[in-house]
Ligand binder design. Sequence first.
Ligand code: FES
Ligand code: FES
Length: 157
Amino acid sequence: MKHDIELRVNNETYKIEIPPWRTLLEALRDGLNLTGTKQSCAEGHCGACTVIVDGEAVNSCLMLAVEAGGKDIQTIEGLSSGGELHPIQEKFVTHGAVQCGFCTPGMIMATKAFLEENPNPQEEDIKEALAGHLCRCTGYVQIIEAVVAAAGQMAQS
Ligand code: FES
Ligand code: FES
């Protein structure tokens, strides 16, 4: 049996029909073709699937799509504006925090939710905020540097 739900993603409303066991991650990727959100472990261990739901960073592989109905969902596709990268995206690029890029959308969405809560973070706060995010490429140093730089830029704007 399928449910009719409305998903509000990046300020667009989508009406979809979905079985109750489908995750938000599956709805985004397979239902809406928003494939910027990545699937890796599908068990809540890696952070690759992180999106923002009502201001909170969540693992979309652990949330059912029906639970996300009517909530405000932000994904990596909604971050740039008018062809301009968001400051977090820009700092990830300029600090070499993107290598294969698989972890990057989740890292960036988690960073956005974190900096909106804590615009002036210490390095230890950043490490704690990103502790559930695995990156096989960068060794994390560049990612932390990118987040520090993004926080600085966002504080000035
Ligand atoms: S795919 Fe969701 S936490 Fe790994
Ligand atoms: S950049 Fe490759 S997994 Fe993080």
